[in-house]
Write a protein that binds this ligand. Structure first.
Ligand code: CMX
Ligand code: CO
Length: 140
């Protein structure tokens, strides 16, 4: 079901500072910057590698407000890994299969994610403490 790691989501206080860090230390390149009001984030995707099943990225996330998923995470835990995004062929189908196994779905149906992807989140409490995102990419 999981084709690859699409991205690692990293929560930060200052997006521009973190972009500069990833560019200068790891030599990564920003391929997309977006504001996603629905998810409450200002974000950047930095390309890491290409594989047979598609590319992988680091997703840097700055909250638009304290009262958002990433804002609450930063207040509670500070900066760090926020979620893992796995590539799937069909996010609607994957949600159906995973939900049938008793894992709580944060999103019952796909939402809009970075770079035109369809995304959905699984509850971290049912995935061993890992906030897990399913990503059906439109970029191949
Ligand atoms: N990873 C692991 N556990 C997490 C977590 C995370 N990123 N965020 C919250 N939790 C845990 C909390 O520690 C808390 O556990 P305890 O009760 O044991 O302390 C529990 O989940 C509830 O947390 P909360 O502080 O009440 O946080 P929220 O109200 O924000 O709810 C969650 C948590 C996961 C339902 C919410 O963050 C969510 O809906 N996330 C999905 C959307 C999202 O993260 N969007 C931003 C990224 C967008 C993108 O990738 O494109
Ligand atoms: Co993500």
């Amino acid at each position: 079901m999981l084709l690859r790691i699409d991205h690692v989501g990293v929560a930060c206080h200052n997006l521009e500072e973190k972009i500069e860090f990833y560019e200068s230390v790891f030599g990564l390149t920003v391929v997309s910057r977006e504001v996603n009001e629905e998810q409450g984030v200002r974000e950047a995707m930095l390309h890491v590698a290409d594989g047979d099943q598609g590319a992988s990225y680091v997703q840097l996330l700055e909250p638009l407000h304290p009262d958002t998923a990433v804002g609450r995470f930063l207040a509670k835990r500070g900066e760090g890994v926020h979620h893992i995004g796995y590539g799937v062929a069909d996010v609607t189908e994957a949600l159906k299969e995973i939900g049938a196994k008793g894992v709580r779905l944060i999103d019952e149906r796909p939402r809009h994610g970075s770079m035109g992807a369809s995304i959905a989140f699984l509850h971290p409490k049912d995935v061993g403490g890992v906030l897990t995102e399913l990503v059906e990419t439109s970029r191949r």
